[in-house]
Write a protein that binds this ligand. Sequence first.
Ligand code: GDP
Ligand code: MG
Length: 168
Amino acid sequence: RRPNVVVVGRPNVGKSTLANRITQQYADGAIVHDEAGVTRDRTYADGWWAAHEFTVVDTGGLVFDDDAEHVFMPQIRQQAIVALRDAAVALLVVDGQAGCTPLDTDIADFMRRQRVKCVLAVNKCESEKTGELQAADFWQLGMGTPHPVSGIHGTGMGELMDALTAPL
Ligand code: GDP
Ligand code: MG
């Protein structure tokens, strides 16, 4: 089995856009399998980068309650734990235009407890000039190098893919 790259982050940061970018640009874009029941929100698609083959798991509605700001819903959190149990590496996505939010901090704390190697993507950084500055705000998460990217435009994807596949 290929190693799983599990995409996590608060809603609307661009997880699905990035997951699609990875699997469409660097793979055939086919959804290879879906799991039944509670995992309905997860989609799996194969990807590769250099010599690395992997499966991207988009955790969709994973993780948090949209309405209750930074309240962690227990059953949803449980689902995150299930997805991450199988993760070779997690791609933590944040929003470079919004900057670092308390919810991002909560998720980073949560990810640290999961003991999964995490790579940090600062999405919505369309401009390479301002992207570095936008990304710098996320050093405070303590999740290593923040990689500025744009899932929509493809900016910064090469460096992100290098970082993401390094642990595989
Ligand atoms: P998810 O909820 O984390 O899966 O986020 P989505 O992928 O559904 O994207 C949420 C919103 O952010 C949508 O309106 C996207 O068009 C927008 N978005 C995603 N990626 C980018 C990006 O790279 N740049 C900008 N400006 N917007 C983006
Ligand atoms: Mg999504």
